[in-house]
Design a protein around this ligand. Structure first.
Ligand code: ADP
Length: 194
């Protein structure tokens, strides 16, 4: 069960490799919880499309399937989590992606006396991931870049699973099911609050 914190705001992180369906599920879960879905990948893609200073800085890094540096991401997330709509809770998709980012997130929340309620890990077999992402046709979705993003995921992001499991925040969900079934599994994993 996810115990609602004093303010009843729910703060959830979705964790999973590229192609795991995080983005889709973040929207659905956020809607049913009545909180904002915050996707750092989407925020960065918007910055690139707008040609903002941030966008210009991260464009090549994203196109190569590498991670944007932790300091830049800390600024992006700090600002986004300070926005009015994030005060009622959030589903965070795409952050944290490194142990250092997890520490930063904890620090940002600590400062305002808040905490995460749960981290949902969406598990999908590797063979399925590449096929799914290739079917998506996004600019950063060539096979070479996908393989790079998967390698980065295993190396930098996967350690977060153990980190959050240790903090008893982790909920595992089988992502190798239909979109509706994954959504239901996430709701169940959140103890019916979703
Ligand atoms: P995915 O398909 O891997 O879920 P996202 O849409 O979450 O992709 O992110 C796309 C790209 O944006 C990443 O490959 C990375 O370059 C950049 N990015 C997004 N979030 C972060 C983050 N927290 N730290 C570093 N880079 C990030």
């Amino acid at each position: 069960m996810v115990a609602a914190s004093s303010s009843s705001a729910l703060r959830i992180v979705l964790l999973g490799p590229p192609g795991s369906g995080k983005g889709t599920q973040a929207g659905t879960v956020a809607e049913s919880l009545g909180v904002s879905a915050i996707s750092t990948g989407e925020m960065l893609r918007e910055a690139v499309a707008a040609g903002s200073p941030l966008g210009l800085r991260v464009n090549e890094i994203m196109a190569a399937g590498e991670l944007v540096d932790d300091e830049t991401m800390a600024d992006v997330v700090r600002e986004r989590l300070a926005a009015e709509d994030a005060q009622k809770g959030f589903v965070l998709d795409g952050y944290p992606r490194t142990l250092s980012q997890a520490a930063t997130l904890q620090e940002i929340l600590d400062r305002s006396g808040k905490r995460l309620d749960a981290v949902v890990q969406i598990d999908v077999p590797e063979s399925e991931l590449v096929n799914r992402v290739l079917g998506r046709h996004r600019a950063d979705d060539t096979e070479e870049v996908i393989r790079q993003r998967l390698a980065v995921y295993h190396e930098q992001t996967e350690p977060l699973i153990a980190f959050y499991r240790e903090g008893s925040l982790l909920r595992d969900v089988d992502g190798h099911q239909s979109i509706e079934e994954v959504a239901k599994s996430i709701r169940d994993a959140l103890g019916g609050e979703g």
